[in-house]
Design a binder for this molecule. Structure first.
Ligand SMILES: NC(=O)C1=CN([C@@H]2O[C@H](COP(=O)(O)OP(=O)(O)OC[C@H]3O[C@@H](n4cnc5c(N)ncnc54)[C@H](OP(=O)(O)O)[C@@H]3O)[C@@H](O)[C@H]2O)C=CC1
Ligand SMILES: CC(=O)[C@@H](O)[C@H](O)COP(=O)(O)O
Ligand SMILES: [Mn+2]
Length: 397
């Protein structure tokens, strides 16, 4: 008898991770059923996805966009119900007919539905690293008490996860430290004194990965790696000093675990997110991902170097925030979201991203109670955005 199909909700279905997830799902119609899809702006693509995958529900941010999608789906004879708003996102993530949630929204906006999925014990496939950076201990507690299975999708964290035994209770005894690999992004060789002149188009031109604009800018500043250090702290319960970063420009080794006996375990593959996505979808099994295979005989030499703090000053903020008062990582993430959006819309220059991040952390000391709630984190995130905007105005004056 065939196993029942895994019932899937994809939050952020129209993005880079969302569309790659649907590519993998389309290869395995016997294994997966798409129950819900969500988007923010790209309504046309969402309509196409609904017609192909026939989810029970589609979710949009506003009543206007929901009406647009509803009309298009109705005209095409689709039975998909269309909802809107933040509450509808959380309801989808927690729905009884959903087994697995792919969290592929970008930014802190993805935290409430992640928490809803965690609290209701879903298989939670986490690409949305900002949700964990903001949620921290509260997020991990929700996973534990809700009985959820948290599966990393971020390529480095999937690599670490693939190098570890399924029995999580063995991880602490096994790991000495981990090494997250970083490509170095488009400005690895750039003279730091000229970084203030780079354009958004140059910053989003990642050498190895095709990704959304926000994460691409984060790769260029290496704030992506800073967020990943914080993400790894929570996913693998590691002390900050046991998380290290090395630049590996080929993005073939996706990260490494250095074991207590000196053995180094690594996961390798071509840079294609369909591999970690397929692993998250099929864990503990493995299924065809559709990614190109690694050919060692055609592979240029693998190269490693230390990140230059003059070029990538933001990287250190990860350890600073992890060692700072609780909530510092929430503040850092909010400042970075404001700064990257301002860089992308031409309001600030590239190097001002780091200035804003560092100054927001200096100016806003978080005061979270040890029993803080999701609402407290959202309030802190809002305060940090207000502070970052104030600083931006001051810097412009
Ligand atoms: N792309 C990659 O290879 C990797 C991405 N990640 C992480 O995965 C997440 C998604 O990244 P990526 O797919 O590149 O990003 P994209 O920008 O390509 O996609 C983001 C998705 O989220 C939706 N969205 C955007 N803002 C909101 C909002 N405020 N509320 C609800 N939905 C929203 C978008 O909708 P719409 O398109 O309709 O506007 C889109 O579906 C990020 O956290 C990123 O750091 C991690 C590792 C690798
Ligand atoms: C694919 C993925 O996981 C990205 O987070 C990737 O790591 C970005 O590349 P950088 O190493 O340049 O940040
Ligand atoms: Mn990554």
């Amino acid at each position: 008898m065939n196993a029942p199909r895994q019932r899937l909700a994809i939050l952020g279905a129209t993005g880079s991770i969302g569309t790659s997830t649907l590519d993998v799902v389309a290869r395995h119609p016997d294994r997966f059923e798409v129950v819900g899809l969500t988007s923010y702006q790209r309504t046309d693509l969402l309509v196409q996805q609904c017609l192909q995958f026939r989810p029970r529900v589609a979710v949009l941010p506003t009543a206007e966009r929901a009406a647009e999608v509803r009309a298009a789906l109705k005209a095409a004879g689709s039975a998909t119900e269309v909802q809107h708003g933040a509450q509808a996102l959380c309801e989808l993530a927690a729905a009884d007919d959903v087994d697995s949630v792919m969290a592929a929204i970008v930014g802190a906006a993805g935290l409430p539905p992640c928490m809803a999925a965690a609290r209701t014990g879903k298989r939670l496939l986490l690409a949305n690293k900002e949700a964990l950076v903001v949620g921290g201990a509260l997020f991990m507690q929700a996973v534990k008490t809700g009985g959820a299975t948290l599966l990393p999708i971020d390529s480095e964290h999937s690599a670490i996860f693939q190098c570890l035994p399924e029995d999580r209770s063995a991880w602490a005894r096994r790991i000495d430290h981990i090494i997250l690999t970083a490509s170095g992004g488009p400005f690895r060789h750039r003279d730091p004194d000229t970084l203030h002149t780079v354009t958004p188009a140059q910053a989003v031109a990642h050498p190895n990965w095709v990704m959304g604009r926000k994460i691409s800018v984060d790769s260029a500043t290496m704030m992506n790696k800073a967020l990943e250090v914080i993400e790894a702290r929570w996913l693998f319960d590691l002390a900050p000093e046991n998380i290290r970063v090395v630049i590996h420009p080929q993005s073939i080794i996706h990260s490494m675990v250095v074991c207590r006996d000196g053995s180094v375990l690594a996961q390798l593959g071509t840079p294609d997110m369909k591999v970690p996505i397929a692993y998250g979808l099929s864990f503990p099994e493995r299924i065809e991902s559709g990614a190109p295979r690694l050919d060692f005989l055609q592979q240029p030499p693998l190269h490693f170097e230390t990140p230059d703090p003059r070029r990538f000053p933001g990287l250190q903020l990860a350890w600073d925030a992890l060692r700072g008062p609780e909530g510092s990582t929430t503040v850092l993430n909010a400042a970075n979201e404001v700064a990257v959006a301002a860089f992308l819309d031409g309001t600030i220059g590239f190097t001002a991203i780091h200035t804003l991040n560092a100054r927001t952390i200096e100016r806003l000391e978080p005061r979270l109670s040890p029993t803080h709630t999701l609402e407290d984190l959202i309030e802190l995130d809002t305060q940090a955005r207000v502070t970052a905007h104030e600083l931006m105005r001051e810097l412009a004056a």
